[in-house]
Design a protein around this ligand. Structure first.
Ligand code: ADP
Length: 475
């Protein structure tokens, strides 16, 4: 099977979140199953020089975008056994950041248009295209409209994966003709339209042959009004395949991780890591006190309103809190002021720091993740791998990956609560702390969590089956 993945980010070249992690792992996992998977990405200027140097020029062509006529420099490289194609254009991608510019619609419309053009210029004829998130969603739109006359492309099915339905790429209605050049197609207008705006993801969902998302629970949730972000009617009534992400188990491995102070195989090995972290961030060095961690984007999606509501009560407990994250100012200020008011109990680092994140997973006993919604979530899986038990709300991928502790049988790998309610969260943390104080059953549970299988192999097998079923339907 020949598969072309289309995405805007991929670790280690460019990453802003979980999408980058998935693209950094899934193609290699699929190649291990003997699929010829290749990836096409924008040649962002922010990609490190060591990777840019390996990009070989592979031709140039013109890309029509509404009335515009832009150049595209194609390049190729290989990394970790995966071939990459790079869409180059200095005007659109010669910028410091991946997103956040006034002409976002034009940048990613160009990217998708250049990808469908590139299909006639590369020595690779994919059987199937796998597009990720709104930045790549116009690939299926262009294939079935402006490129519909190209016989060699007509039969290529497209899988559209949604990594977070909150981000859709919505722009004002006039870009339909001005940028996409689709003003003459009533069908395209209807499929891309949302309340008079052009919605890239909606277009992709309507034109793609199949839709998937990153956990089974989220696949069901996004077909309901509460989680559907205005697109539930587009998604309801058609199959949405839920395939839970994995984590890179070599990168996140307490036995080999070069970023942590002391490597370990069992939960007992966390003690020196806790002492090291407490010293590093200026908390009292006390390895017996339970350490509750937050490693996250500080945005409303992650449930910080619940923490805000009960923070003083939470801090009356015999515990320490460590927050690493950045995002919305109100949550950054919440945790900074917590650290200032309770210096002997709480610390906060408000920035992005990969090494510190690893040190926190290795040191902490509990990871707090009370998300309002969570498509999959990686942090809870990373935490379990380091013997740090997650406390999560039962939503999306959190519900699918965290099995709540059962005192009767001893089964489980964390703690969870069903309702988006601050006191439900508080009581769940208190139950976890009570178990921590018991000692032996806690260690057993942490060891159990560390043994969980969060590898990419399972997800890769499910994607292979989905591709295969799409290709049989085509025949
Ligand atoms: P999302 O993709 O919604 O941000 P995930 O749980 O899927 O959430 O992935 C978050 C990833 O980013 C995890 O690997 C987590 O450790 C990492 N992360 C989040 N915030 C920070 C930070 N401030 N510093 C380092 N790593 C972070």
């Amino acid at each position: 099977m020949k598969i072309l993945m289309v995405a805007s980010e991929c670790y280690p070249f460019a990453k802003s979140g979980g999408l980058g992690d998935v693209l950094g792992s899934l193609p290699a996992a699929l190649r291990k199953l003997n699929l010829d998977v290749r990836v096409v990405l924008p040649a962002h200027a922010s990609i490190a020089e060591e990777y840019r140097q390996r990009m070989e020029p592979a031709g140039s062509f013109r890309v029509k975008l509404g009335w515009r006529d832009q150049g595209c420099d194609l390049a190729v490289s290989e990394y970790g056994g995966v071939p990459f194609y790079w869409i180059g254009n200095g005007y659109y991608f010669g910028r410091d950041d991946l997103y956040g510019y006034y002409d976002e619609a034009e940048r990613y419309a160009f990217f998708c248009r250049a990808v469908t053009e590139a299909l006639s210029h590369i020595d690779f004829s994919p059987h199937l295209i796998h597009a990720h998130d709104w930045q790549s969603a116009l690939v299926s739109v262009f294939l079935r409209t402006l490129d519909a006359w190209k016989e060699e492309l007509a039969g290529i099915p497209v899988l559209q994966t949604v990594h977070n339905l909150q981000y859709q790429g919505q722009f004002s209605g006039e870009i339909l003709e001005d940028i996409l050049g689709l003003g003459g197609s009533p069908e395209a207008a209807a499929r891309l339209d949302q309340d008079g705006n052009v919605n890239f993801l909606k277009g992709g969902l309507c034109y793609a042959d199949a839709v998937s998302t990153v956990s089974r629970s989220y696949a069901g949730e996004i077909q309901t009004p509460f989680y559907g972000e205005g697109l539930h009617t587009v998604l309801a009534g058609r199959p949405v395949h839920g395939i839970t992400n994995g984590i890179d188990e070599r990168f996140f491995d307490p036995l080999r991780d070069p970023m942590i102070a002391h490597r370990y195989r069992t939960p007992g090995g966390k003690r020196p890591n806790k002492e090291h972290l407490q010293r590093t961030v200026g908390l009292p060095v006390s390895p017996d006190v339970p350490l509750v961690a937050i490693v996250s984007r500080l945005v409303a999606q992650k449930g910080w309103d619940l923490v805000e509501r009960v923070l003083p009560t939470l801090l009356e407990e015999d515990l320490q809190m460590m927050v690493l994250g950045s995002g919305e100012r109100r949550y950054e200020e919440l945790f900074l002021s917590m650290a200032q008011r309770y210096p002997s109990k709480a610390a906060a680092c408000i920035h992005y720091d990969e090494a510190l994140a690893h040190q926190i997973y290795a040191a902490a006993d509990l990871l707090l993740m009370p998300s309002l919604f969570e498509p999959c979530g990686l942090s809870q899986m990373i935490a379990m791998r380091y013997g740090c038990l997650p406390v999560v709300r039962e939503t999306g991928g959190l519900r699918d990956t965290v099995q709540p502790y059962d005192a009767g049988s001893g089964a489980g790998n964390g703690f969870s609560f069903p309702n988006y309610n601050a006191h439900d969260m508080l009581f769940t943390v208190q139950r976890a702390l009570a178990l921590y104080r018991e000692g032996a059953p806690w260690k057993r549970l942490a060891a159990q969590a560390m043994r969980g299988d969060f590898s990419w192999e399972k997800a890769a097998g499910e994607y292979r089956n989905l591709y295969a079923s799409m290709l049989t339907q085509e025949e």
